[in-house]
Design a binder for this molecule. Sequence first.
Ligand SMILES: O=C(O)c1cc(C(=O)O)c2c(n1)C(=O)C(=O)c1cc(C(=O)O)[nH]c1-2
Length: 234
Amino acid sequence: MSQPWPAAEFEARLRAVGERRYHHLHPFNQRMHAGQLSPNDMRLWIANRFYYQKNVPVKDGILLSKLPTREDRRLWLQRIIDQDGREGNEGGLELWVMMGEAAGLERDDLWSDRFLLPGVRFAVDAYVTFVRERPWLEGVAASLTELFAPGIHEARLEAFRRHYPWIRPEGYRYSESRLSQARRDVQHGLSLVLQHARTREDQERCVAALEFKCDVLWSLLDAVQLACEQRRAA
Ligand SMILES: O=C(O)c1cc(C(=O)O)c2c(n1)C(=O)C(=O)c1cc(C(=O)O)[nH]c1-2
């Protein structure tokens, strides 16, 4: 059996996954940031990404139920509150709906899944199923795409301001809120993974979980991109 990687090497291998296959590299994302998407393309992306958003607190509820300690559950609980909100602070899902409205969608367009593409549904459901069926350590490792998320939120905010002035500024609030939340979440997630993946086999399963999660995000954009192309060709 191989020796476990030292913590620094394990962390570097996790971070390298993002450099190779995080969705900032996806052609659809690159076109978004270059200002090349039409209002209808943007709306389709916002409506479909909402299905991911609304399933994040569902998967976090599943993961919460599997975490071994009270301290970790307390920290993880904050993720659900961040998305689902509470009275007086409606949370991330509401901010995402506000982005939809700022871009010309109706609130019900998002909640009803009216524009949800089959490929997006399959990709997101696969993430929730993965977290349900795999050990919690792999579920936490899958969430570590949040290591790379602040960069994409920053680039998206800049792209919105520069290229999509027709989206009203309330549309920025989701990404603004995630900048600090993602950094806090990932500190906890990364420390759990570094601490609990003790064998090389555990570590390799964590790297594979993160690759799987990158594939979920990649597939989501594949489906949206294809639908945009088909709509233009029709
Ligand atoms: O906009 C993005 O590109 C992006 C990516 C990701 C991600 O990398 O999974 C998340 C988010 N946003 C996000 O807003 C969010 O709340 C979130 C939670 C999680 C997760 O897996 O637990 N990922 C992400």
